[in-house]
Ligand binder design. Structure first.
Ligand SMILES: NC(=O)c1ccc[n+]([C@@H]2O[C@H](COP(=O)([O-])OP(=O)(O)OC[C@H]3O[C@@H](n4cnc5c(N)ncnc54)[C@H](O)[C@@H]3O)[C@@H](O)[C@H]2O)c1
Length: 379
């Protein structure tokens, strides 16, 4: 039996677009989900801009203060798509009002758990079918004992020193709005995926760099010190004994979103590159039955993750046809709703996402002190 679910969106930027698209499409492509999202209201400060967004995406109403949206009795799910420093206050208010909460990363909070409302953090890369397939192969024992995990997330959009900081479009460069630089923005995604695929990270040793030390602040008009990290490199130890290597930067000239991961184990290896998102590379040295695969045809296998037997793909087109970035959010929305309906919450919840935050915090602490730093990650 289906039932409507009234969504209240906060923000009208990049992620609000990705999530609105997901809520609109989820029931069409995942009809087994019982809840039918209704785009009830969207909130942001500028009435003109939020009104235009509501028209494009089909929201029934607008609010210019997120508090009014949360206070509305007809809003059941609050979706938080605003800069990082606002997540906590909005999520706490939504939890107190008994709303379901889907919040953008980064985030760490126990209060929402205590409120007992359904919740999820949008770490969408887990829902790239090739990455979900990687997890399936790991669970099947196809990689065996893991030795190395490495991941990169590289961009190049802040190299110019005349890029200002702060304001509506550039809050990511303002430490007061963003909290951190590439560590919370890019590396957090790599860490979430790593924890999901390879288990807890116990300690880290990190270096960060801020290449451009001062930038014009758009809101104050003053040239101010830059408080965010422009680049971050990390050595890590996983609880399973494997070694981790992570790199994220906005100074890799030529790279817009080079996001890769690789896992090397005793029985096999996996490699993923977001530029080739429908492919997963797999090297099988030994099968789970113990047979060695070495022969003159041994080599990396590039799996086109587009068949019905691949994760999520039976909900889309015929085998061989591809999906893209926006579909990862549809998958997250579908998993979240199914989680509520079955009583097995979709991951990562706020509680699980706290582990990623602890690792990111340990990384920034290590970069400050120059010491190996424990993460206090428990599971
Ligand atoms: N999962 C991902 O892949 C991914 C990608 C990009 C961003 N994010 C996260 O999503 C969040 C939003 O990022 P974005 O790229 O959409 O940013 P954005 O700058 O495109 O949009 C931010 C929105 O927040 C609104 N806003 C700012 N202050 C507000 C306030 N006080 N009240 C109401 N609205 C307010 C702005 O008007 C804007 O609509 C961030 O936390 C970011 O880390 C996640």
């Amino acid at each position: 039996m289906t039932q409507p679910l009234n969504v209240g969106m906060i923000g009208y930027g990049f992620m609000a677009k990705a999530h609105s698209n997901a809520w609109r499409r989820v029931a069409s492509f995942f009809p087994e989900v019982e809840h039918r999202p209704v785009l009830k209201a969207v909130a942001a400060r500028s009435a003109d801009k939020v009104g235009a967004f509501a028209d494009v995406w089909g929201y029934e109403s607008v609010e210019t203060d997120w508090r009014r949206l949360i206070a509305r009795s007809d809003i059941e799910l609050v979706d938080i798509c605003v800069p990082n420093h606002l997540h906590k206050e909005i999520a706490l208010a939504a939890a107190e009002a008994g709303k379901w909460i889907c919040c953008e990363k980064p985030l760490a909070m126990n209060a929402v758990e205590r409120a007992g409302v359904p919740n999820m953090v949008w770490y969408n890369y887990r829902r790239v079918p090739a990455i979900t397939l990687a997890r399936q192969l790991i669970d099947e024992g196809r990689i065996g004992r893991p030795y190395h995990y490495r991941a990169q997330f590289l961009q190049d959009w802040t190299i110019a020193p005349d890029v200002p900081q702060g304001g509506a479009a550039l809050w990511r460069l303002d430490v007061h709005a963003a909290g951190s630089g590439v560590t919370g923005d890019l590396l957090a995604h790599s860490i979430d995926t790593a924890l999901w695929l390879n288990g807890p990270i116990t300690k880290v040793m990190a270096e960060t760099e801020t290449f451009v030390k001062e930038r014009l602040h758009q809101e104050t008009g003053k040239v101010l010190p830059v408080g965010i990290d422009d680049a971050c490199m990390v050595m890590a130890r996983f609880a399973n004994g494997s070694l981790g290597l992570f790199e994220s930067t906005r100074y890799a000239r030529g790279h817009k979103a080079l996001k890769t991961l690789e896992l090397n184990g005793e029985a096999g290896s996996l490699f993923f590159d977001l530029h080739d998102a429908q492919w997963l590379s797999f090297f099988e040295y030994r099968t789970p039955a113990g047979d060695k695969t070495s022969s003159h045809t041994t080599g990396w296998r590039k799996i086109h993750v587009t068949s019905f037997e691949h994760p999520y793909m039976d909900h889309w087109w015929v085998p061989g046809l591809t999906i893209g970035y926006e579909h990862t959010f549809v998958h997250a929305g579908a998993d979240f709703l199914k989680g509520v309906e079955t009583g097995t919450p979709a991951e990562p919840t706020f509680k699980t996402a706290l582990q990623t935050q602890k690792v990111c915090d340990a990384i920034l602490r290590s970069a400050r002190t120059g010491q190996w730093t424990g993460t206090a990650v428990t599971s």
